[in-house]
Design a protein around this ligand. Structure first.
Ligand code: CUA
Length: 329
């Protein structure tokens, strides 16, 4: 049991290092996205490794600095000082023992990241430049940039990509795993409590890489089940001027609105887009104050030909389109 003063010092160091989050490679970006602020058992183990490495590395650094200072102060070797024991002990045995201990420790923790005994939910996450397609097998539900999960249970995430290598990373919930063309990777994430957690593509995948954000919303099981059932239903409105504008602009070529004539699969499914907690493309370069502006801004990365239909809409048509999408809850 550490003494209160020791514990206070430890907490102070933890706070200082956590606050430095963005500058630390392991830390992600603080706040919603810090590996040092774990929100689930799997992320807690990773934070534990980080702190163990921090204290072990810090101790060795301190020892080396003290020895260097001592040699500066002494200037000459003390009588009886022999170089070989120092070289064998400090240069060979100490690194071998320290690195072996850390390696074994790392293996033990790594084994804890394997599949849990049982999972009630599996989701497919598909990387696509520059957004995340999220599917719930066994249902028609598909979202973009938003992953809803039940809190308090492990969720299996199956990772695939349709183009280049991306990397799935929700620092507060689990480790990082790449999405590799032609191969399915599996990862388990878990949030102990309901909450909102930010994820980020962690492998450079092109001009939109930094904007390839994912929001994970963890909810109590019952609420999650309600949400999933609601999302599984067809769109609330599948005819009318809003959908006409949508089809005239060619949006239906890429986007699907289940129950309507729009059945495109290249872009995000918009069946319930109005009720989505987050729109990835809110991070588009243009300040998007309205859904209409967001629609234009979010298509920045597409080839000019794919944007043309959308850009042909006048302000009124765009407003009609935006109101329609906003009504799809
Ligand atoms: Cu996808 Cu970086």
């Amino acid at each position: 049991m550490p003494r209160p003063t020791t514990r206070r010092a430890t907490t102070a160091v933890r706070r200082a290092v956590t606050a430095l989050g963005p500058g630390l490679p392991a830390a992600g970006c603080g706040g919603l996205q810090s590996a040092l602020d774990p929100a689930g058992p799997r992320a807690e183990r990773i934070a534990e490794v980080w702190w163990t490495m921090f204290w072990a590395g810090g101790g060795i650094l301190l020892l080396v600095v003290l020895l260097a200072l001592w040699s500066l102060v002494r200037r000459r070797p003390s009588p009886g000082f022999k170089a070989p024991p120092m070289i064998i002990g400090g240069g060979l045995l100490l690194p071998v023992l320290a690195l072996t201990a850390l390696l074994l420790y790392g293996y033990r923790i790594g084994a804890l990241h394997e599949a849990p005994a049982a999972t009630r939910l599996t989701v497919n996450v598909i990387g696509q430049r520059f957004w995340w397609r999220v599917q719930y097998p066994g249902t028609a539900v598909e979202t973009a940039g938003e992953l809803r999960i039940p809190a308090g249970e492990p969720v299996e995430v199956r990772l695939n990509t349709v183009d280049v290598i991306h990397s799935f990373w929700v620092p507060r919930l689990a480790g990082k795993l790449d999405l590799i063309p032609g191969r399915e990777n599996r990862l388990w994430i878990e949030a102990s409590e309901p909450g909102v957690f930010r994820g980020q593509c962690a492998e450079f995948c092109g001009a939109g890489h930094a904007r390839m954000v994912l929001v994970v919303v963890a909810e109590p099981r019952a609420r999650f089940d309600d949400w999933l059932a609601g999302q599984d239903a067809a769109a609330a409105q599948t005819v009318g001027p809003g959908l006409d504008a949508f089809q005239e602009a060619g949006c239906g070529g890429c986007h699907r609105i289940r129950g309507s004539a729009a059945a495109g699969r290249a872009g995000p499914d918009l069946t319930h887009v109005g009720g989505r907690w987050a729109l990835t493309a809110r991070l588009a370069p243009v300040p998007a104050d309205t859904l209409a502006e967001w629609i234009l801004a979010s298509h920045w990365s597409l080839p000019a030909d794919d944007r043309r239909g959308l850009e042909r809409l006048n302000a009124t048509e765009l407003r009609t389109l935006a109101d329609y999408l906003g009504s799809l809850r």
